[in-house]
Design a protein around this ligand. Sequence first.
Ligand SMILES: [Zn+2]
Ligand SMILES: [Zn+2]
Length: 113
Amino acid sequence: MTPPIEYDPDAVHTSVLTFRWVVRRTGDDAQYEASGTCPVCTCPMTRTWVFGQPPVAKGGFFNRREEPGPAPFHTLCQCRTLHMNRPASEPRGCGALLTIAAPPSPGQSGATP
Ligand SMILES: [Zn+2]
Ligand SMILES: [Zn+2]
């Protein structure tokens, strides 16, 4: 048995991970859901991004892009495992910052199995 790892806000996983993407479109908005395994704590995790019209035009950007684009995505680990010493402000994850490869470009339509 491996002991549960502690929450570590300084953990950074630098290599780009390939997660499984699920895209849902609602009107002008698109919801991109990335699922995979956090390499730091080895728990499964899912993170969702929403693209479309930014809700606020001036100033605020809210981490929204209009389209995903080719740049990798950054997210804190969002696993549901309770890691020790996790601050109350962080409801999920082990604290690791992960880099996820961007989803395939949405050019082609058609159903994905
Ligand atoms: Zn975890
Ligand atoms: Zn993790």
